[in-house]
Design a protein around this ligand. Structure first.
Ligand code: BG6
Length: 469
């Protein structure tokens, strides 16, 4: 591994900061949605707002050299007019200064889903004005933090928050509407290009990319029908983000297909030209699992998401497009996520061949229930998971892929959206019941040694085959 390779962990503002109404922070759409629906929320979360120094110190003590985190828009901008909240800006200066004090490279996400409620009340991502408001927010971030940040990303996972918010309906604003999903998707990709333009025009130091929830697509066999289903699935899962951000164009066959039933006239030439011109410098890929598909056969569209942690509940069928299936040979978590490290190797190779841009693996991890009352959580499953996925990265690098960093999700235990805090991902345990006490897990110590060994500690193996046996 190159000695500049970035090794660290990732978090997101809503999931870890807490302090949801402190220092003039405005409510986000998640605050309001979870409060109104009486669901477990991130009001306190891991209280990173007050404990960031301890958290960042522990990263450094764990041998990590980078920290990926996001900026909260409703903490930084007070209202629709764009008034800056200096207390919010000061908080992120404290975070950045602490990173630099401990030799930690900050890797900054501008938007990780916590849209200010004052914009959600105006239609959120369905409202074109939000693109300009996001551009303003991004400029405020570049202006204030530009000297302290080298790596920026415009959005975390457009696919995830747009599809879940407007198509599946399990995230706020909880809609199930294809046309609105298309508006939201378009506005986010346009807003991303506006941020890239602002970054280039402002001549800020560093680089800017986008982070995608990457699920490389496999098919159950080699038939032509399966290949067609795979293309639909790839367009739905990956291409509308990565092609658009990296190549500057929405996939033409996706737009053609959607135009058979839906209005696409909202895609304006002058905006598409901005998308074409302002592509990213690098891509961030969050990898949890692949998407395995078979051709669609019958029935209505069904999109069921497992938030309960009771196995076997999720379902993705898109009528006339594809059906997602499970591999009987694979292991799945209680939340129905397949454990499939080979998918990361294949996906990295594919992304490299298509885009020829440097790649950071910006999230990778496994969510499990854990008893954190013990002195040190013995999370061998997480160590095995990380070993196998870092091995997949190394295999891809051996094949020539330019990979620059690896971020474990997550640096420490935090709030997992609709799953609450019982779905734990951290390298450091947070005892939410007991005064937020932090205790490194076995994986934290393993990660430290692995980094110190420059990945020589990784048990290497080659993967074979890619079809269901
Ligand atoms: C990614 C997100 O989708 O996966 C994170 O960027 C998220 O914010 C993580 O927490 C794990 O997903 P979940 O739903 O299990 O928390």
């Amino acid at each position: 591994m190159d000695k500049n390779f970035l090794w660290g962990g990732a978090t997101a503002s809503y999931q870890c900061e807490g302090a949801w109404d402190v220092d003039d922070k405005q409510p986000s759409m998640w605050d309001v949605y979870l409060h109104e629906n009486n669901l477990e929320n991130g009001d306190i979360a891991s209280d990173h707002y007050h404990r960031y120094e301890e958290d960042i110190r522990m990263m450094a003590e764990g041998g990590q050299n980078t920290y990926r985190f996001s900026l909260s828009w409703p903490r930084i901008i007070k209202d629709k007019e764009g008034t800056v909240n200096e207390k919010g800006v000061a908080f992120y200066h404290r975070i950045l200064d602490t990173c630099h004090k401990y030799g930690i490279e900050p890797f900054v996400t501008i938007y990780h889903w916590d849209l200010p409620q004052y914009w959600e009340a105006e239609g959120g991502w369905l409202n074109h004005q939000v693109c300009a408001a996001y551009e303003h927010f991004a400029k405020v971030c570049f202006e204030n933090f530009g000297e302290k940040v080298t790596y920026w990303t415009t959005f975390n996972e457009p696919k995830w928050f747009i599809v879940n918010g407007y198509f599946i309906g399990n995230y706020p604003p909880g809609l199930q509407d294809v046309q609105k999903t298309m508006y939201g998707a378009y506005h986010v990709m346009y807003a991303s290009a506006l941020a890239v333009r602002a970054f280039r025009e402002g001549n800020y130091p560093g680089e800017i990319g986008i982070v995608h929830s990457y699920t490389p697509v496999n098919g159950v066999d080699d038939s032509i029908e399966t290949k067609i289903a795979m293309r639909y699935a790839d367009n739905y899962c990956n291409n509308w983000i990565l092609d658009t951000a990296a190549l500057g164009e929405f996939p033409i066959d996706l737009i053609a297909k959607l135009s058979e039933k839906y209005d696409v006239s909202f895609m304006k030439q002058e905006e598409l030209a901005i998308i074409k011109q302002y592509t990213v410098d690098f891509i961030g890929l969050n990898y949890y699992a692949r998407t395995l598909v078979k051709p669609y056969t019958e029935g209505e569209t069904q999109l069921i998401f497992n938030h309960s942690g009771k196995k076997g509940q999720s379902k993705v069928v898109i009528k006339n497009w594809f059906e997602q299936v499970k591999d009987p040979n694979s292991e799945y978590t209680a939340w129905d996520t397949e454990i499939y490290p080979k998918g990361l190797q294949d996906g990295l190779l594919e992304a490299w061949q298509r885009y020829q841009l440097p790649i950071f693996v910006t999230e990778n991890g496994v969510g499990v229930r854990e008893d954190v009352s013990v002195e040190c959580v013995q999370d061998e499953y997480r160590i095995a998971f990380m070993n196998d996925h870092i091995n997949a990265i190394m295999n891809a690098m051996d094949q020539g892929v330019d990979i620059r960093g690896y971020y474990a999700w997550a640096s420490f235990d935090l709030y997992s959206w609709k799953n609450g805090v019982e779905k734990r991902y951290g390298l450091v345990a947070v005892d939410f019941e007991n005064n937020q006490v932090r205790k490194p897990k076995a994986s934290y110590y393993w990660f430290k040694e692995m980094i110190a060994s420059n990945a020589r500690l990784i048990t290497r193996r080659k993967f074979e085959g890619d079809k269901i046996k």
